[in-house]
Design a binder for this molecule. Sequence first.
Ligand code: NAI
Ligand code: COI
Ligand code: MG
Length: 365
Amino acid sequence: MQAHLVTLPGDGIGPEVTAAAVDVLKHVAAHHGHDFRFSEHAIGGAAIDATGEPLPDATREACLAADAVLLGAVGGPKWSDPNAKVRPEQGLLALRAALGVFANLRPLKVHPRLAERSPLKTERLKDVDFVVVRELTGGAYFGAKTRDKERATDECAYTVAEIERVLRRGFELASQRGRHLTSVDKANVLETSRLWRHTAEQVARDYPEVHLEHQLVDSMAMLMLTQPSRYDVIVTENLFGDILTDEAAALAGSLGLLPSASLGDHHGGLYEPIHGSAPDIAGQDAANPLGAIASAALLLRHALGLEAEAAVVEAAVEHVVEHGPWTRDLGGTATTSQVRDAVIAALDLDEDCRPAFLAGMRACG
Ligand SMILES: NC(=O)C1=CN([C@@H]2O[C@H](COP(=O)(O)OP(=O)(O)OC[C@H]3O[C@@H](n4cnc5c(N)ncnc54)[C@H](O)[C@@H]3O)[C@@H](O)[C@H]2O)C=CC1
Ligand SMILES: CC(C)CC(=O)C(=O)O
Ligand SMILES: [Mg+2]
């Protein structure tokens, strides 16, 4: 298969983890007879430094024309002055809007080796296997903003159409998985959440096989840690999904492990680890690349339809989680490059040599 993939390394550890994921994709392409063409473009702080814009036109156009986009992360202290006119994060938000990727899938499974080490002993973490579907192009991140010396506002607005399309993604996923959908809102306080809840009830009529439950976001923040194996598909708005998934990363063992796929109706999608640019460890070859590599696996599956290749990459990631080497965030001493090399070595192992962990994994989108 031929594919044109745009890479957006971004800032901080973004270039380090993206390079590792690209090396894995090149290895997959070479071994499976695919012709992947990569082109790298600037976004975020790096793009501000180079052009003054966080999403230069050339980057937007290249992403729109690509079969899929692989992103590292944007942002950092250099560009975080509260009075700055342009910010790296604006570039990422504008890209998500331009690509129309309204559904951000963030799958989470807890590897037994990491469950053993977890301080969260309240439940059998090894049974945890859920996907958060986060609305990605609406809500407070995209509403009108104002600020003067005394007052600031961020409008949070949702239309029924925006809510419905992301809920449908959630219901469809739930009907392929455990047939349980948790819609998270703050309907006791927010009008947007009341509209969200009403819309969920309407959409649920088309998916009678899926059990719908509603959960308020504040109690959900607690339940996700105390009863995580109850959940199958969780659908929520942009801000709540951003916060809940970083919290969920504590279940998995590190923020550096979690991948994401941002999908819409008209583009192959945007693939990125859920973490940020981690300025505290940038430039040290210390970042965990597994979330970025697992995002590349989601790209193979969702953008290119290469299910077997995606499964091989996911199995290689699981092999490395099982046997090491581990980066510092998991309690190890390995570098980013050593973990990348271990994943590439595991790609070539016989299936029999890989852990059985993935065999029982439910579809993740
Ligand atoms: N998608 C994106 O581009 C995102 C960008 N950001 C930006 O990143 C910058 C830093 O934000 P933070 O709040 O510090 O969040 P962060 O996710 O960058 O880091 C939080 C903590 O997790 C650690 N961490 C994150 N990824 C890791 C990895 N792959 N391996 C090992 N450790 C890892 C970091 O070292 C840090 O201690 C900010 O400018 C923020 O706006 C934050 C989240 C998402
Ligand atoms: C615009 C991003 C920095 C928001 C974020 O934290 C994320 O998408 O995970
Ligand atoms: Mg986030």
